[in-house]
Design a protein. Structure first.
Length: 245
């Protein structure tokens, strides 16, 4: 695709980034998040699983503890201090009422204007590499829950006692690593360095993949930003597919 990317909206104060696994945001959106937090925006993370099925050499309980810690350290690198885990079972996440209920409650609790997630489409990029079930399930559930949160008659039990209120304030859903990107956030050298450090924090996971963390993270983060630059006036950027509500 060679059509130009247009800038991401900036008229928001709070974003909630919702993905399936520890490391998902570091593969797509971290440099943009670093720019936004540096500008004073409030970005929070919600992880649907703890990534316990992600390292073949570690049993799930041990792996979950390792990857939870890595995600907390990774988020801090890009200025995110609030990280929540839903602890759905890694590898078999289902897009159904249970997941939508949990995501709706989180949206009502955090009250974001922008939701960020990762590719929900069947494939990655132009090479037609299959996407994983968890990414697809979570991405579609995020799109659905963005509307559920504002409807008081969907999951009304969450509103009993006044602890939560409907939240119809989601204006955009930004999908990172989508094959159909149309927007972008410009990223500078400092944000890129913070994003590299953020991905590098997933050390056990990357070693489990058989890669050298520093070299791999730097090539992926900087390479991705530079590859998108020709569609954004030559500026290094993180591209997104943007949905409006």
């Amino acid at each position: 695709m060679t059509d130009a990317l247009t800038p991401m909206p900036e008229e928001w104060e709070r974003a909630l980034a919702v993905v399936a696994h520890p490391d998902d945001l570091e593969y797509g959106a971290a440099a943009a998040i670093a720019e936004w937090t540096a500008a004073g925006k409030d970005v929070r993370y919600l992880l649907v699983t703890r990534g316990e099925a992600g390292i073949d050499s570690l049993p799930p309980q041990e792996c979950a503890a390792v990857r939870t810690g890595e995600q907390m350290a990774s988020a801090a690198r890009v200025g995110v201090t609030e990280v929540e885990f839903l602890s759905h079972r890694d590898g078999v996440v289902e897009n159904g009422p249970a997941l939508r209920r949990d995501l709706t409650a989180a949206i009502r609790r955090h009250r974001p204007e922008l939701l960020i997630t990762i590719n929900h489409h069947p494939v990655w990029g132009t090479e037609r590499m299959l996407n994983t079930p968890d990414h697809r399930a979570v991405g579609w559930a995020v799109l659905d829950a963005s509307g559920d949160a504002g409807n008081r008659w969907i999951f009304p039990e969450q509103l009993a006692g006044g602890l939560l209120e409907p939240w119809g304030g989601v204006r955009w859903i930004a999908v990172a690593a989508s094959p159909f990107v149309d927007r972008a956030k410009e990223v500078g050298e400092e944000a890129l360095e913070r994003a590299v450090a953020s991905l590098r924090e997933h050390h056990a996971y990357l070693v489990g993949l058989g890669v050298e963390p520093e070299e791999y993270a730097r090539e992926l983060i900087t390479g991705g930003a530079e590859a998108a630059a020709p569609r954004f006036g030559g500026r290094r950027c993180v591209p997104f597919e943007l949905f409006l509500r």
